[in-house]
Design a protein around this ligand. Sequence first.
Ligand SMILES: Nc1ncnc2c1ncn2[C@@H]1O[C@H](COP(=O)(O)OP(=O)(O)O)[C@@H](O)[C@H]1O
Ligand SMILES: [Mg+2]
Length: 333
Amino acid sequence: MTKEQSTDAGGIRVRGLSKQYGRVKALDNVDLDVRAGDVFALLGPNGAGKTTLLHILCTILRPDRADEVTVAGHDAIRHSLRAREAIGVVFQEPSLDDRLTLRENLEFHGMVYEVPRSLRRRRMDELLELVDLVERRDDLVRKLSSGMKRRLEIARALLHDPRILFLDEPTVGLDAQSRERIWRYLEELRASRDLTIVVTTHYIDEVKGCDQVCIIDHGRILAEGTPDDLRGRFGTETVRVTPTDIAAAEAIRETYPTATSGRGDTLLIPITDAAMKAEFLRRCGIHVRDLAFETPSLESVFLSLTGHDIRDSEADARDVTLAFGRQGGELTR
Ligand SMILES: Nc1ncnc2c1ncn2[C@@H]1O[C@H](COP(=O)(O)OP(=O)(O)O)[C@@H](O)[C@H]1O
Ligand SMILES: [Mg+2]
């Protein structure tokens, strides 16, 4: 990517960015390019450094070191106010005022950003429409479900018409339907506006439709590309098997220590070379009730890049359940 592409009004360019908390290296020499108009996903487990990176891009946190942090065409460190005007943010932690109505929350935000009154009103109506909350506009925010609150936060982040929208784990803690809905709005926004969307997540299934995916772990960027590109470069084919019984499952695990648990009582074994397929059938065929060879998944990309499953560091067990729910049983563990 050329410098022009990522430093123009809707892009991001980061070089040599580091941030440490005590002895924890939250970000270690990070380079990043986000192209204007893309839906860009920052994928990593809890503690990877996603929020830290987002906070620096949003100018609310200063890096220890950086050769360049350009956000929407502005130097985010030296001209943080200018950068801030060009971005909208949905933070990981809820940030609405529960005691105000939906409209009052938006109104307040519009005033802070000095959006002229008539424009403010028009955009408020438009955005409430976009996130399907028009009917609720005079309700107190505390009466909304968590999914509705998230939607309102998206509307609020767009009220001053930013070039870049940042969302930090916008779907965490939401039910499957609400998660899908949030992604639908993001899709609509991408189609209808001149907007760059940067979203962090630890749900692999959510990044499949994004333009660019950047994998981050322990503060380091491990790979960046389109989902297909990443699958092609780092993915491995797997065989998914249903063992005949528990003893058979144990026998397979013993023969293939790299086997991981899949949905239901299936096991997933990475296929590292073509000869391995036949070898697997010869060695473990009798232990298997059902079997399917699967093309490289983003899960396998993550595993081969980081050496661990994205949910190994999962703190919130509830999230795992939700991730399975949304996937409709397709997610591999
Ligand atoms: N304010 C802080 N003080 C100390 N350590 C922090 C602070 N914020 C984050 N960390 C640590 O920095 C690392 C990255 O955290 P974070 O950016 O929140 O990751 P993520 O958003 O990917 O979960 C983690 O090890 C976390 O514990
Ligand atoms: Mg975070």
